[in-house]
Design a protein around this ligand. Structure first.
Ligand code: C2E
Ligand code: MG
Ligand code: MG
Ligand code: MG
Length: 284
């Protein structure tokens, strides 16, 4: 196809390439400024017990609060931050901030709410993630059992022995480990038995159409069964409707996360949500 369109195609490509590099350089500079000026914030999305409806905790999700552009979602800057390595200091901040916040919820009497933090495969390649986790725990004084890290199957494709030993160290601290976006990545299931995993999160792409599409529903049910037979708890991501929630409950999913229960929100809104849930439970 490139041949058929001849020289013009090449020039177009060249121009795009130059544009791309310029855009990257601009974004890199903005990201460095963002780190220096602390323009990042965390939003928290509730995770709900499928059985009782109680708020169990939250997933911390990164947002860039740009002074002119407003709130920028991670999809628009994380891929570049992973390419240029800035993900490493950014995600270190996320881990510390999330632990600090979860500790403050505990201090405010909200009970044992768990915080989930996404980690990047790049961090596992570049730094000692186990000591990073330890540092965040000791500086925040958060109970390790209230921290969970989320990793994706991509990690498996890297240096497996190092990754396994890092994850063992983290798990031995009492920190939970969950596999995010389960079913979308590297499809060898062999890692599941080697890794000290506590939970799997069924990717939202399967949940999205599970009510209409029998094969998506079959995948969800099969993953839930697989998780349970391995002694893992199962989280459903992207739950938006009651119809999805009732199928997921019937399939035995343990934890629900999605817009049906709450979008990612600032910490204070999350605190209010937990408090109003508790009031409902008390009056019920
Ligand atoms: P993820 O970890 O799988 O997080 C779930 C994403 O799904 C979030 O998008 C969340 O807002 C969205 N979501 C939750 N419930 C629903 C729903 O019911 N419907 C729909 N349509 N979407 C829902 P978000 O916040 O834009 O984050 C996107 C991805 O960026 C995350 O996917 C995660 O892979 C990455 N990410 C976010 N924060 C961090 C971070 O601090 N560090 C790293 N390394 N990655 C992060
Ligand atoms: Mg996640
Ligand atoms: Mg996910
Ligand atoms: Mg993801």
């Amino acid at each position: 196809q490139a041949k058929a369109s001849g020289g013009n195609q090449f020039r177009l490509y060249e121009t795009n390439m130059a544009d791309r590099m310029r855009n990257h350089a601009v974004l890199d500079g903005k990201l460095r400024t963002a780190i220096e000026q602390q323009q990042f914030v965390l939003y928290y999305q509730p995770q709900i017990s499928a059985e009782t409806g109680t708020v169990l905790g939250a997933e911390a999700l990164l947002r860039w609060k740009h002074p002119e552009q407003g709130l920028i979602p991670p999809g628009e800057f994380l891929p570049r931050a992973e390419e240029n390595g800035l993900i490493v200091p950014m995600n270190e901040w996320v881990l510390h901030e999330a632990c600090r916040e979860a500790k403050s919820w505990h201090r405010q009497g909200l009970g044992d709410l768990r915080i989930s933090v996404n980690l990047s495969p790049i961090q596992f390649r570049r730094v000692n993630v186990a000591s990073l986790v330890l540092k965040a725990l000791s500086s925040s004084e958060l109970d390790p059992r209230l921290l969970e890290i989320e990793i994706t199957e991509t990690i498996v494709m890297d240096n497996t022995e190092d990754v396994v030993s890092t994850l063992r160290q983290i798990s031995n601290l009492g920190v939970g480990i969950s596999i995010d976006d389960f079913g979308t990545g590297y499809s060898s299931l062999n890692y599941i038995k080697q890794f000290p995993i506590d939970r799997i999160k069924i990717d939202q792409s399967f949940v999205r159409n599970m009510v209409e599409d029998p094969s998506d529903h079959t995948i969800v049910r099969t993953v839930a069964n697989l998780g349970h037979s391995l002694g893992l708890s199962v989280v459903a991501e992207g739950v938006e409707t009651e119809a999805q929630a009732s199928l997921l409950r019937a399939d035995g999913c343990d934890i629900m996360q999605g817009y049906l229960y709450g979008r990612p929100m600032p910490s204070q809104d999350f605190i209010n949500l937990v408090r109003s849930h508790r009031k409902l439970e008390l009056s019920a």
